[in-house]
Design a protein around this ligand. Structure first.
Ligand code: ADP
Ligand code: MG
Length: 235
């Protein structure tokens, strides 16, 4: 528990740092982008497109940092997590269809209220499902999203993909900031997930087999004030 507390503290410091940097960067960035767009329309210069692309990259990092910096769970509300999952899937479905990927759901119940910050949990699901989509080429593969009860007051959300997988030595680095294997990646997505899940007193575990796929397991309490000792292991 002490270790958890330490980790949470570290994340808070990182969050504050991230917020500071992100805000400092955002204003000059907006100015540079505006003037570059003006230049683009007035001159014929192929380097300007490169500048604008790189600015877009910085913009992505900054907005990820700002999510990271958001305060811990502040206002929780009773939310139907099944509805939240389905809405997130709808949001990403166009991307899935374009890649010929089917998202298959398997819920233990049709309606399940848990105490949470819905926008933050939605962010978690978006980040994980996006990673799953990005890990698969267009080959009619599937993403499975499951919900189970592991205890009366604790649920498991499992997201399985059939993508490239993560090498074992890299699996340990997952969740460290800026670790990304993608050209346009920020390497902040999973760190954000971890932070949000922790602030909901949940857990996140990733298992992966190279060339077979990746499974992300999230457990969440249904009521935030509930005791979390004796959490049953799930398999
Ligand atoms: P980003 O997606 O911006 O790279 P993330 O924090 O979301 O940042 O992920 C970090 C890295 O972890 C990714 O670049 C990728 O190498 C690896 N990764 C995460 N999820 C998956 C997955 N489902 N399948 C394969 N690799 C993954
Ligand atoms: Mg990602």
């Amino acid at each position: 528990a002490d270790e958890l507390l330490q980790q949470a503290e570290k994340l808070t410091v990182v969050g504050q740092l991230a917020a500071g940097i992100a805000h400092e960067i955002r204003n000059p960035l907006t100015a540079i982008k505006g003037f570059t767009q003006l230049l683009e329309s007035s001159t014929e210069n192929r380097y300007i497109r490169v500048i604008l692309q790189e600015l877009d990259n910085i913009e992505n990092i900054v907005s990820d940092l700002l999510v990271l910096a958001k305060p811990q769970v502040t206002q929780t509300e009773k939310t139907d997590i099944i509805y939240l999952l389905n809405r997130t899937i709808t949001l990403l479905n166009a991307q899935a269809i374009m890649k010929n990927i089917e998202i298959v759901t398997d819920y233990e119940v049709e309606f399940l209220e848990i105490e949470c910050e819905p926008d933050q949990l939605k962010q978690v699901f978006i980040n994980i499902i996006k990673n799953a989509l990005e890990a698969m080429e267009n080959k009619g593969k599937k993403i499975y999203i499951k919900q189970r009860f592991i205890r009366e007051d604790r649920i498991l959300i499992r997201i399985i993909d059939e993508g490239v997988g993560i090498p074992q030595e890299r699996l340990e680095k997952i969740g460290e900031p800026f670790y990304s294997t993608k050209e346009k990646g920020t390497g902040l997505g999973l760190m954000i997930c971890q932070k949000i899940i922790q602030s909901h007193r949940g857990t996140m575990k990733i298992k992966s087999v190279l060339q077979k796929g990746t499974t992300v397991d999230i457990t969440l309490p249904t009521i935030l004030s509930a005791e979390d000792e004796n959490i049953k292991e799930f398999e």
